[in-house]
Structures are given as C-alpha cells and as structure tokens.
Design a protein around this ligand. Structure first.
Ligand code: 8YV
Length: 315
C-alpha cells in the first residue's frame, strides 16, 4: 500500500518530521521557491495536508489539491483554514485542543504579572546599573485581589480563570451563554460592560469572522487608563489601530500581546511603546506541549488513512 501523499504547509521540529516522513510522503510547500509551480506539480496527488494554526489552509491551496481529503492542524486555532471550502468538498479537518490549553493559560497569566509588575524594565534596571546608580525601581501595580475579565470562557479562558482565582482576584467573563461550571464567576454578556468593570482583560476566545475586532475602540476605551489588555487568542479579535491609538495616547494603560496582525512582521508602532509587553506567539511553545501537539497532528492523519475515527475533529 503506497504511503499517502501529504502537503506540509509549515515546518515542524525533527521529532515530528521524522515520524511524518516515515508514515507519509511529505511535500514541503513552505520550502518551495515557486509555490505556484509546486502546487501545480504536487497538488493533484496529495490526499492530506499538515498545517499550523497560524498558516491554516486557503481556498486557493485547497482548490489546487483536488484529491484532498483531510487537513490536520498543529494548533487549536483553525480560523486560518477556509472551512467553507472544506465543507463544500467534504474535507475533514482536525486540530490539537486540550494538549496546549494549560500552557497557553500559564503564559497569559505570566504576561499579566510581568507587565503589571514591570518585570521587563526591572531586569534592565539591574543589568544596566540603574539599581546602584538611581536607587529603587519605580513602584508598579498590584495584581492579587483586583478584577479580571475574561472574554471567551472556553478551554483556555477557563484555565486562566482558575489561575486567577488562586491570586484572589474577582473574576468575570463574557461568553455567548453563561457556563454551568462558572458559578463562582460573574457572567456579563456585553464585552464593553466587562471592560468597564475589569482591571485586567483577557482575550481568550476562538477567532472567527464573527469575532473579528470584537475588542474595538469602545471596549478599549472602557478598559481605560488603568486597564491592561492581554491577548493570547488571535490578533484579528482586536482592532489593532484602535489599540495602538489608545496605548499611544494613554487612553489604555497597557497591553500584553502574544499575537499580532501580519506576524512576525508586527506594526512598528508597537516597538515604540513603553507600555506593551510583546511576545512572539509562543503561548503553546514548550517542548512538552509541542510534542503533544505533533503527536496529535500525526495521530489524526494516521487514524484517517486507517479508516478510524478522528481523535479531535473540527469538521
Ligand atoms: C501555535 C496557536 O503556536 O494553537 C494555536 O492555534 O496559535 C499556537 O498554539 C501554533 O498553532 C503553532 O504553529
């Protein structure tokens, strides 16, 4: 039985690439100098796709692969996969939820602490000699006991809330519907009202066309000069121009961001801001979690081609 041919949209660590190459014929789209020529040659043969959360699968690439049956996403976010094109062709789609949830929540909470307590600047204060020459580091802001709003109480938002409870914070959340298990936390159906109430505002909801710029100028202004916005979801959930305007003017106190429009080429306006913590989309970026994501990516492809149920189906 010939090995199924797979188009690979992005790179994976060797611990994933080796077993993928053993199980499948992997065609590395991301290495092709001429992507159009590569698709014309390989596209008609591939039955599967291995992609990454931020790379997804465009309608154009899907159309260039007429035998495509399954797309396996290395990541929980599948917003970059054209699901309409997949539905039209009956193409199965899988992602890698659960295995990364706690790491993403850990980084989000760490970003809040790092930004609120000015730990980035404090590290520089020690290293550049300011501590000795200028004295104590400037006072920062408390986290424990203050108010945390969570926009999107899915898997990741829930883990963030559990962590914040441990800090003795008041937790409120905005979700399409109240969650039965969230009785300890206040439900607020309106993102603006949540921002008006919160000191720290976590954006943890899955991105889609329906959530684009859900964090708009109104939400940002409601969070206000004392507020902090933390984004560990997708940049598309935030109106980035409104965010930059508010951060530059002081109408928003600060932000801690792991995702950006056009990443890794983020808007240079971010680089000039002293009140933003910038992280390189690495919320799931631990050895343990990335190995689990890669295993799940492979297990879904293996299950599909063996005629077995998919482990984590999206479509
Ligand atoms: C990964 C992510 O960094 O899970 C997602 O959707 O964005 C991240 O966890 C990314 O998918 C890996 O390429």
């Amino acid at each position: 039985m010939p090995k199924p041919e797979i188009i690979q949209m992005g790179s994976y660590p060797d611990w994933d690439q080796k077993p993928l190459d053993e199980a499948f014929v992997m065609h590395r789209y991301f290495e092709a100098a001429d992507k159009a020529a590569f698709l014309a040659e390989v596209g008609p043969r591939v039955r599967g796709m291995a992609t990454r959360g931020e790379l997804g699968a465009s309608a154009e690439v899907i159309a260039a692969c007429p035998k495509l049956e399954v797309i396996s996403v290395y990541g929980v976010g599948y917003d970059a996969v054209n699901l309409d094109a997949c539905r039209a062709r009956g193409i199965r789609v899988t992602n890698t939820p659960d295995v990364l949830t706690k790491d993403v929540a850990d980084l989000g909470v760490g970003m809040m602490l790092m930004q609120a307590r000015g730990m980035n600047g404090a590290e520089a204060w020690v290293r550049d000699g300011s501590w000795a020459s200028r004295g104590g580091y400037p006072l920062q802001r408390r986290v424990w006991g203050r108010r945390a709003g969570i926009l999107g109480l899915g898997r990741i938002g829930h883990e963030v809330a559990l962590r914040l409870e441990g800090f003795g914070m008041d937790v409120a959340y905005c979700n399409p519907t109240p969650k039965e298990y969230a009785k300890n936390w206040t439900y607020m159906p309106d993102p603006v009202a949540l921002a008006d109430w919160a000191d720290f505002y976590f954006v943890t909801l899955a991105a889609s066309a329906a959530t684009r710029h859900i964090v708009d100028r109104r939400v940002i202004e409601a969070l206000g000069p004392e507020g902090m916005l933390i984004n560990i979801s997708r940049a598309a959930n935030i109106d980035e121009e409104a965010l930059l305007d508010a951060l530059e003017s002081g109408r928003l106190g600060s932000a801690a961001l792991d995702v950006f429009e056009g990443e890794p080429k983020l808007n240079p306006r971010f680089l000039a801001l002293p009140n933003v913590l910038l992280q390189p989309h690495h919320a799931s970026g631990t050895v343990e979690t990335r190995k689990a994501m890669g295993q799940l990516l492979r297990d879904n492809l293996t299950a599909y081609f063996a005629g077995n149920p998919l482990l984590t189906p999206v479509l």
